[in-house]
Design a protein around this ligand. Structure first.
Ligand code: HEM
Length: 522
């Protein structure tokens, strides 16, 4: 007691002497506390677990992994608060509320929030995904016009060529094939051709020797895999999660220090942007070309529409073309791997699928876009069920543009509202026995499908901001599966873990790949 007294007594003159410093430190501490707690304070009425200072609910993420939002939805209901570091997210885990956010109140919630891995990367920020308001709607309208059914139909022959070449003689390969890798190469080749008019040559029989292309792809893979949403990203990305105000200044310092991850990411993105800008400017000069790739079509659209020209400056064209490579490869590859993995573990599904596919006609008959859309109803159900079972993009982001009421809670302008598509897909109210792989649940004549809420299954998102590449992806997925099952069946490799481990990045991926054996059909 006595010592404590002396301690204070000794401190007194010091405090008086440094009155200004003490006042400043107290003020700074208050500012820090207000800064850290202000966002969560503004949504404190939304239910949710207690958050730890600074890291929020990240430990819950580490504890429950991908299931964290299902666990919290059971405890806190269809709308709850989850604290990603300092940033609160309002998670929506019910179909009707998703409709409210994505469609009914779209005018008040038109944009996506920008997570910390993206905010440091202009290349990723200038794509359709993260552009906002008027610029987004103009960009989206121009892009949508390029996805007309006639254009998609014209893509079938090149898609088919890539598929046959990538899946030729699979049974003669080493016994286990890592299909997740094979599909990533195939889908990158397909989207590379469709977006840039460039054959990356990753999946074919003769891999490309073109150093520039290989370099570009390597830069792309590095840049993409660094977009982490947990605490394993670069220092500036982690700070962006915890203390966003420090992200940019720290990134500016670290990007100049060789050897840091921020330095490597900066160098990679600069190189990638440089290569992209070069492709765009070369193509812009090449006015004679009648190429139908996405880049050429955008350049043509900007020539005929002065408004589009203002919006689509070369940096935005590069970003949006590159975004196609990013958005259109890993998602589609993941879906293909999921289908093969799940079907090969459910032989009754495989039997019905093979019957439908064999019934289409001769093995060499290439289907039209119309055939793909209408002549494979069971294949449709299998793909949907695989996408439900492993939802590649289990969360989609939105941000309120003004104060708005959702599910009885008033959310201020700037609130991050995320739709938990993955939770909806495993909700037994809409999908009885959700852990069972049962494609028949999507049979349009079945009771389950008829009773289900129309927005319970939305793997491509919802409303005006839903995926632009949906029809492209479905065409590619069906064409690939049709070709594969005409020629092979697949069996799990004994080397593969059960159940499959998943990895969380910007989207989901298989941690150790999907390893299968291909058996030739005669
Ligand atoms: C199985 C394949 C795919 C899945 C599951 C998927 C899923 C999604 C999801 C969930 C969104 C967010 C939607 C929302 O916020 O409501 C999205 C947006 C987007 N996707 Fe896809 N996608 C796939 C393939 C593709 C392909 C092949 C492309 C390009 C050709 C593409 C390009 C885009 C773009 C540009 C956006 C942003 C749209 C906007 O903000 O206006 N996606 N996708």
């Amino acid at each position: 007691m006595k010592t404590q007294h002396l301690w204070w007594e000794a401190l007194d003159p010091l405090l008086i002497q440094h009155e200004a410093l003490v006042a400043f430190l107290t003020f700074a501490a208050v500012v820090v506390v207000v800064y850290l707690y202000r966002p969560s304070w503004s949504v404190r009425n939304v239910p949710g677990p207690n958050a730890m200072p600074l890291i929020g609910h990240l430990p819950l993420m580490a504890k429950y992994g991908p299931d964290v939002f299902s666990v919290l939805a059971k405890q806190y209901g269809p709308i709850f608060r989850f604290q990603m570091g300092r940033q609160p997210l309002i998670i929506i885990a019910e179909a009707e509320l998703c409709r409210e956010v994505g469609i009914k109140k779209f005018k008040d919630i038109p944009n996506r929030s920008i997570p910390s891995p993206i905010s440091a990367s202009p290349l990723h920020k200038k794509g359709l995904f993260f552009t906002r308001d008027k610029r987004w709607s103009k960009m989206r309208n121009t892009i949508l016009s390029l996805y007309q059914p006639s254009h998609l139909t014209s893509l079938i022959p090149p898609m088919h060529n890539f598929i046959t070449s990538a899946t030729h003689n699979l049974d003669s390969k080493p016994r286990d094939i890592v299909f997740s890798n094979l599909f990533l190469k195939l889908t990158t080749d397909i989207i590379g051709q469709a977006a840039f008019g460039v054959n990356f040559g990753l999946s074919g029989k003769k891999p490309s020797k073109d150093v520039e292309v290989t370099d570009f792809i390597n830069q792309h893979i590095y840049s993409t895999t660094q977009l982490k949403m947990d605490l394993s990203g670069s220092v500036s990305i982690i700070l962006g999660l915890l203390i966003p105000i420090l992200q940019e200044p720290v990134r500016q310092v670290l990007k100049r220090i060789p050897g840091t991850m921020d330095w490597r990411v900066e160098k990679t993105n600069a190189r990638l942007s440089g290569q992209l800008n070069e492709i765009v400017s070369k193509r812009a000069k090449d006015t004679e070309t009648d190429s139908k790739d996405f880049l050429s079509l955008i350049l043509k659209a900007t020539e005929s529409d002065p408004f589009a020209k203002n919006i689509f400056t070369p940096d935005y064209i590069s970003a949006v073309t590159y975004e196609h490579l990013l958005a259109g490869s890993a998602t589609t590859a993941f879906t293909l791997s999921s289908v093969l993995y799940l079907v090969s573990g459910h032989l009754e599904v495989e039997k019905r699928l093979l019957q439908e596919i064999d019934g289409f006609g001769d093995r060499d008959l290439i289907p039209t876009a119309h055939d793909l859309q209408y002549k494979f109803p069971y294949l449709d159900q299998v793909i949907k069920e695989a996408m439900r079972f492993y939802m590649v993009s289990p969360l989609v982001a939105r941000e309120t543009a003004k104060e708005v009421e959702i599910g009885g809670h008033l959310l201020p302008k700037g609130t991050w509202v995320w739709l938990a598509l993955g939770v909806l897909a495993k909700d037994p109210k809409n999908f009885p026995e959700p852990e069972k792989f049962r494609p028949e649940r999507f049979d349009p004549n079945g009771e389950e499908e008829k009773l289900r809420h129309p927005y319970a299954f939305i793997p491509f998102g919802i409303g005006p901001r839903a995926c632009v590449g949906q029809r492209f992806a479905m065409q590619e997925i069906k064409l690939t599966l049709l070709h594969l099952y005409r020629n092979y069946i697949f069996r799990h490799s004994p080397e593969m873990e059960k159940p499959l481990q998943l990895d969380y990045g910007i989207i989901l991926s298989f941690k150790n790949g999907v390893k299968l054996r291909a058996i030739k059909r005669f």
